[in-house]
Design a binder for this molecule. Structure first.
Ligand code: TYD
Ligand code: ZN
Length: 394
């Protein structure tokens, strides 16, 4: 296939088999109609963009959006507050406009109440806010904002850009909206962290791209922009925060760094050499056998899953972990409770159920919220099964 970003040749290096829609939680009646696709990943020989080979057609019956409110995780709220403080100090003047692509529940822009701000999100949660444009971010939306209130000094996007298939249109829209001295700051799971930790459960239908410094540099270049800095972030198992400015800018708004190491561009880690990509599938297969082995040793005991994440759909289906291994998965999202997990059809239950009827072992599926969950479930006396970071711990 050809690269969605530059048209170059994409070489497949990973096959995670037939998978259901990651957020396709379903009722019993829908089991027979469940949709599956081939989850395969490749890398572009020209621009190094790691991307899905096959995309699920939009509007799929089972691709329901279960908005996870960022504000329901105190760690994410703290992370966002730190970024907001940084922006106020280094990038945004009081008179400047800040635009967020992917407004979610407004938990990030809440930090900018005294500023001029706009959130763009087709499915944002609050309905009554005049600062929201309920649409996909596009050149049209960019032009609309420029004509109505002017260009943006800062554009922010957290865990959204990797979901957008037409990245070229997105960057074109950024170029329209950004002030000459402005900056786009975005964060997404970092390909090299996924690779290092064999965190293959980050790979699913909604994550079209797995960015690296190299590939972001290339896509920015194609649109008259340039990557000026990138800093690693310890969220979602390892993310990268990218800073992108106009290629021609001389009056870059970012003020001199307070913490110099935060400004060093991370090594260009994505090389197309074989050892980078070969071996990834083998490492994942070893991890699969290890997980299956651990669950086999808990046979006869009651084991459940914690957190019906999108990630867990890839994990459970690739490792073929079903109701024989996990009695249920507990999750705080009301709309998921009472339904069944995609592919494996494990029942999703409320945390109440988990507290009333605690199992012997709990497989932590929402591992990106580990610290918070361990704190919250201090009373759980059974064993936790941790599979992330390439290793095991029971
Ligand atoms: P999320 O972090 O968005 O992961 P993904 O992108 O893989 O879906 O989702 C976290 C899920 O875990 C969400 O369904 C809510 C659930 N959850 C709990 O059940 N309990 C908790 O304490 C936390 C933090 C999350
Ligand atoms: Zn490419």
């Amino acid at each position: 296939m050809n690269c969605r970003v530059c048209g170059g040749e994409v070489k497949q290096f990973l096959d995670l088999g037939k998978q259901p829609i990651a957020n396709g939680f379903l009722t019993k009646r829908q089991f027979s109609k469940e949709f599956f696709y081939n989850l395969k990943v490749g890398v572009c020989a020209e621009c190094a963009m790691v991307q899905l080979i096959e995309l699920v057609p939009p509007g799929n019956l089972f691709g329901k959006n279960y908005p996870f409110k960022t504000s329901s995780s105190y760690q994410m709220v703290k992370h966002q507050k730190q970024l907001a403080d940084f922006i106020k100090k280094h990038a945004l003047e009081y008179s400047g406009l800040i635009v967020e692509i992917g407004y979610n529940d407004g938990s990030f822009l809440k930090n900018f109440k005294d500023y001029r701000y706009i959130g763009v999100d087709p499915s944002s949660l609050p309905k009554e806010n005049s600062h929201i444009i309920r649409e996909f971010f596009s050149p049209n939306v960019g032009n609309f904002i420029v004509e109505s209130v002017g260009q943006a000094q800062v554009i922010v996007s957290l865990n959204t850009l990797c979901h957008i298939p037409n990245l070229n249109e997105l960057f074109e829209a950024v170029n329209i909206l950004l002030e000459p001295g402005g900056v786009l700051i975005f964060e997404d799971p970092y390909w090299d962290s996924i690779k290092k930790d064999t965190a293959f459960d980050q790979i699913y239908d909604e994550h079209v791209y797995y960015f690296s410094v190299t590939s972001v540099e290339k896509v920015a270049e194609q649109h008259g922009l340039k990557l000026v800095a990138a800093t690693w972030q310890p969220v979602h198992g390892g993310s990268m925060r990218y800073f992108v400015a106009k290629a021609t800018t001389r009056t870059f708004i970012l003020k001199p760094p307070e913490v110099p190491e935060a400004w060093t561009l991370i090594e260009k880690a994505t090389s197309l050499s074989d050892e980078t990509f070969n071996g990834f599938q083998d490492a994942i297969d070893r991890k699969r056998r290890a997980l299956q082995g651990v669950l086999a040793t808990t046979e006869g005991k009651r084991t459940v899953g914690y957190g019906a994440t999108s990630k867990s759909t890839t994990l459970l289906n690739y490792c073929n972990i079903g109701r024989d291994q996990l009695e249920y998965i507990t999750d705080t999202t009301l709309a998921k409770q009472g339904k069944y997990s995609p592919g494996q059809h494990i029942p999703i239950v409320s945390p109440d159920e988990f507290h009333k009827n605690p199992p012997d072992y709990t497989l932590l599926l929402a591992w990106n919220h580990q610290a918070e969950i361990m704190e919250k479930e201090k009373k759980f006396k059974g064993g936790w099964i941790h599979y992330q970071r390439g290793g095991w711990q029971v």
